[in-house]
Design a protein around this ligand. Sequence first.
Ligand SMILES: *[C@@H]1O[C@H](CO)[C@@H](O)[C@H](O)[C@H]1NC(C)=O
Ligand SMILES: *[C@@H]1O[C@H](CO)[C@@H](O)[C@H](O)[C@H]1NC(C)=O
Ligand SMILES: *[C@@H]1O[C@H](CO)[C@@H](O)[C@H](O)[C@H]1NC(C)=O
Ligand SMILES: [Zn+2]
Length: 272
Amino acid sequence: MKVTAAILPLIASATASCLHGTSLLPRSADGTVDINSFNYTNTGGPLTWYGLDAKNSACSEGKHQSPIDIVTKDIDYAAANSVRFNVPSTDNAKFENLGSGLEVVLTNGTLVAGNSTYKLAQFHSHTPSEHRINEEYYPMEVHFVFENSNNAIAVVGFVFELSQFGYSTPLFDSVFAHIDDIATPGTYTKTGHLDFTALTAHLKSHGIYQYTGSLTTPPCSENVAWFLSTEPLPLNVQSYNAAKHVLKFNARYTQNALGQDNLLEVAASELN
Ligand SMILES: *[C@@H]1O[C@H](CO)[C@@H](O)[C@H](O)[C@H]1NC(C)=O
Ligand SMILES: *[C@@H]1O[C@H](CO)[C@@H](O)[C@H](O)[C@H]1NC(C)=O
Ligand SMILES: *[C@@H]1O[C@H](CO)[C@@H](O)[C@H](O)[C@H]1NC(C)=O
Ligand SMILES: [Zn+2]
């Protein structure tokens, strides 16, 4: 599904001027990207991801699937200073609407964790959060996806809490400032300046939940090293509403506890 760029500027600038009064130039999508075949609705949704492609078998058979409910009295915590997250600031990263979610493609960045050095591939967001913490969900969650030279994947995640005082995380205000430009699935734009210094400091100065799970989207590959900040990031209501308006709903349902049978297999055997 591709939409010609020509019809987008009018729509984008009209919406942008309501939400971002300081933006003087009308903005629009810069081009198109392929959308994912999976999504979160009807037959594209998480119950049928295996049905979309046999490569996705871990989605319905894996026993270490993400997201999970994090039980804080049982989960492991990363040892102090054992997770080193480093993403240099950028002026020009590609920001894509993949239909299944919004992704910033940025490969300048590293994660050192365990004995491994991983390279950043992209970061993206989910509304609502995918992980729960002691059963509680959060309005948004962001995932930074890293890969090492053996193709092992690590994800650094942050959940968000809305601030009643208008506090926010400027990095994500900057990311979501351009979200209306890519309201149409299959379009991309460029971010403006993004500075990761405060995010890095946040991760470093709070505890980190650590477990081994999976990708939360197809192909749901396992052996993914998860690192989730224990402290939610603040987000103001304006950024949240703007993001939710475009992201809509893109969270996989909470999976069975680590090591337990996949819920789809449990459900299938109960049906039989
Ligand atoms: C979700 O995915 C299915 C299967 O690919 C597709 O038929 C459907 O149109 C998609 N729905 C949305 C809202 O994107
Ligand atoms: C990545 O880093 C290189 C070298 O510092 C720089 O030239 C390039 O502009 C950076 N890319 C982005 C997207 O920031
Ligand atoms: C890292 O390497 C050291 C020395 O080889 C080893 O003792 C340690 O268990 C490794 N740690 C992890 C998390 O793999
Ligand atoms: Zn994700």
